[in-house]
Design a protein around this ligand. Structure first.
Ligand SMILES: [Zn+2]
Length: 374
C-alpha cells in the first residue's frame, strides 16, 4: 500500500509534506479507489512543482471529493451526525474550543467573526486580527443568543475556586477553574471582579476550605457544611443543644426566594426547629454571618451568636506569611501586639505613643510566639 508514494519520495519527486497529504487524503478513500487516487495525486505533485503544502492539500481534498466512489450527499448525511463541540485543555492556562460543523455553517460563522473583528483594527488597537477574531468569537459564544431565542438572559456557569489571599491580591497562588485546572491569579481576579457568569468560591488561605459560594447551586458543598458545623456547633435555636453534626443545613433566606448558598445565609437547625421556620411559626434572620435572630409567634426575638472560630495556629500563619514574603506584615503585627500587651499591662492612662516598627528580632520572626491576631 502506498508503494507509489514511497517510491516518489525516494526518487525526490515528492516532498515529505506532500507525502503526508497524500497519506491523509488517500487513507480515507475506500480501498477500491485508493490506488487510482494516489496515482493522480502523485502525477499532480510531479506536474505542478510550485504547490505549497496548503495548496497541495486543498487540491488533494477537492480531488478526493470528486473521485470518492460514494456520493458526497450520502457521506455528508452520515458525517453530519458527528457534529459536536470539543473542549481540550492546553498548557499555560489555555484551552482549545473546537466546533465540528457542516462546512457551510463553519465557513459562514468564520466569515461573520471576521466581519465583526476587522472594524476593530486601528492604530490604537494592539491586538492582531487573529487575536481579535478569537476575542469576538468568545464574546459571541458567551453572550450570544441562538436563532430560536435560546440563551437570552442565560449566563454561562463556570466554577472558579480562588484562594482568599489571591482574591485580595495578596498572593499569586493560581485559582482552579472547574473542568480545566489552574488558571493564573490575575486572570482569576479579573474574572472574580468583572465576570458575573463565574461562580466564585473563595477558599481559606490555610486549609483551602470553601468560604462562600454564589447563588448558583442549592446544595452547599461538603466544605461549606463542614465550616457551618464548626461555626454553629449546635442548632441555632436559642434553647436547643442538638449538635450541628445532627442538624440540617438551612437557607436563612430561602433559596427559592433569592437567598444565596453562602455561609452568611446558611445555618444549622435541628429537624424540629427547622420545621418551626418552614411552617412560618418562627421567623429566622441572619443579621451577620453566623448570628441567628429567631422571632417567636409573639414577636419576641432571641439571638444566638457563634463562638469565635479557632484561630489560625501561629505556625500555619507563619508558613503562609513566609510564602507570601509579607515580612513587613510580621513586623507591623509584632509592633501591634507589643502595643496591645503594654495597654493590658499598664492601662490606657500610661499608654505610650504608638511604637515605630522594630526590626525583626528572634521573637518577631514569622514563627514567633506572638499571639494569634485573629
Ligand atoms: Zn434545635
Amino acid at each position: 500500500m502506498f508503494t507509489g508514494t514511497l517510491a516518489a519520495v525516494e526518487a525526490g519527486t515528492l516532498t515529505r509534506d506532500q507525502a503526508e497529504v497524500v497519506l491523509d487524503q488517500a487513507g480515507t478513500v475506500p480501498e477500491e479507489a485508493r490506488r487510482a487516487f494516489e496515482a493522480e495525486l502523485l502525477e499532480l505533485a510531479a506536474r505542478v512543482t510550485s504547490l505549497t503544502r496548503p495548496k497541495f492539500r486543498q487540491r488533494a481534498r477537492t480531488l478526493r471529493e470528486r473521485r470518492h466512489p460514494e456520493s458526497i450527499a450520502a457521506r455528508r448525511s452520515r458525517a453530519e451526525v458527528d457534529r459536536r463541540v470539543e473542549l481540550r485543555p492546553l498548557e499555560d492556562g489555555m484551552a482549545w474550543l473546537g466546533l465540528r460543523l457542516p462546512a457551510e455553517q463553519a465557513v459562514a460563522a468564520f466569515n461573520r467573526i471576521q466581519e465583526l473583528a476587522m472594524p476593530l483594527q486601528g492604530p490604537r488597537e494592539a491586538r492582531t486580527l487573529t487575536q481579535l477574531r478569537a476575542d469576538v468569537a468568545a464574546d459571541l459564544l458567551l453572550a450570544g443568543v441562538a436563532g430560536c431565542g435560546t440563551g437570552a438572559g442565560v449566563r454561562a456557569e463556570v466554577m472558579l475556586t480562588i484562594p482568599a489571599l489571591t482574591l485580595l491580591g495578596l498572593d499569586e497562588e493560581p485559582a482552579e477553574l472547574e473542568g480545566y485546572g489552574p488558571v493564573p491569579a490575575d486572570a482569576a481576579r479579573r474574572l472574580a471582579g468583572h465576570a458575573p457568569s463565574f461562580v466564585r468560591l473563595p477558599t481559606d488561605p490555610v486549609n483551602g476550605a470553601v468560604l462562600a459560594m454564589d447563588r448558583k447551586k442549592y446544595r452547599p458543598t461538603k466544605a461549606m457544611r463542614q465550616f457551618l458545623r464548626a461555626r454553629d456547633k449546635t442548632c441555632t435555636f436559642a434553647i436547643c443543644n442538638r449538635s450541628a453534626g445532627h442538624c440540617e443545613t438551612d437557607h436563612t433566606t430561602p433559596w427559592a426566594g433569592g437567598g444565596p448558598t453562602d455561609v452568611a445565609n446558611l445555618s444549622c437547625g435541628c429537624k424540629k426547629h427547622h420545621r418551626f421556620k418552614t411552617i412560618g411559626a418562627w421567623k429566622l434572620k441572619q443579621p451577620a454571618a453566623g448570628t441567628a435572630a429567631w422571632t417567636s409567634p409573639a414577636g419576641l426575638t432571641y439571638t444566638t451568636e457563634p463562638e469565635p472560630l479557632a484561630c489560625t495556629p501561629p505556625e500555619h500563619l507563619a508558613t503562609v506569611l513566609e510564602r507570601l514574603e509579607i515580612h513587613d506584615v510580621n513586623t507591623r503585627l509584632s509592633a501591634l501586639y507589643r502595643k496591645q500587651r503594654a495597654l493590658r499591662r499598664d492601662g490606657p492612662a500610661r499608654r505610650a505613643p504608638f511604637p515605630p516598627p522594630a526590626p525583626p528580632g528572634p521573637e518577631d520572626g514569622p514563627a514567633g510566639a506572638a499571639p494569634c491576631p485573629f
